[in-house]
Design a binder for this molecule. Sequence first.
Ligand code: ADP
Ligand code: MG
Length: 250
Amino acid sequence: MADLEIRDLHVEADDTPILRGVDLDLDKGKTIALMGPNGSGKSTLAYAIAGHPAYDITGGTITWKGTELTELTPDERARLGVFLAMQYPVEVPGVSLTNFLRTAVNAVNEEDVPVREFMQRLRSEMAELGVDDSFLQRSVNEGFSGGEKKRFEILQAALLKPELAVLDETDSGLDVDALRIVAEGVNRLSGPDLGVLIITHYTRILRYITADEVHVMFEGRIVASGGAELADELEQGGYDKIRAEHGVSV
Ligand SMILES: Nc1ncnc2c1ncn2[C@@H]1O[C@H](COP(=O)(O)OP(=O)(O)O)[C@@H](O)[C@H]1O
Ligand SMILES: [Mg+2]
């Protein structure tokens, strides 16, 4: 049994079916990429894994290390090591990045990390990700550029040390330098204890992060699966070629 097993998952939002039977496996120590055109349901899958209340699971299962996630709250999932870096991170005015991160780390680990120790870790992770110290006092995501928001998502992951990281379009809105820094951040997190699901519309982040498998989603279903060569195919032929080759009538 894979660490993460998604079986015949059906998800609706606003009474509209979005996912129509998704199957996906991911083991810790592996990185898989989920690709697909806009509107195919990639973010919906990410939200369903994390437990966003707007997305109703109408069928199927999401099993993480033998536990059925769909019955758990988002906090309970986080304590089981599940982390979602959102495509559109939310701004939280009035809450400093430092307080936000410390509260999150303490809540997820169910412990109280001494402030001094936490600040040391935070500063060292920030330095690695090229985030300026001045951000410590800033409100979460407020006025952050697209690239800064994405770096902050990776910073959260670095501090929370998840076992399953779902990175939804972590590459979007990044220039090449920021993309490289974020990808290096993801690579630093990677290891035998972490499974990574990279969701992306573009292939360029896969030049920096090696995916063990690539899956392509159309209209709420995974229609093609393969190795890194599938991403190369997409790079060359775009989604139209995959559509034609895999006989998808969308
Ligand atoms: N909260 C929601 N309410 C209604 N429709 C939604 C909601 N979220 C997503 N959808 C719809 O579901 C489809 C898939 O969206 P999404 O999962 O964001 O796709 P992707 O991330 O692949 O671009 C789109 O047609 C989108 O409009
Ligand atoms: Mg999306």
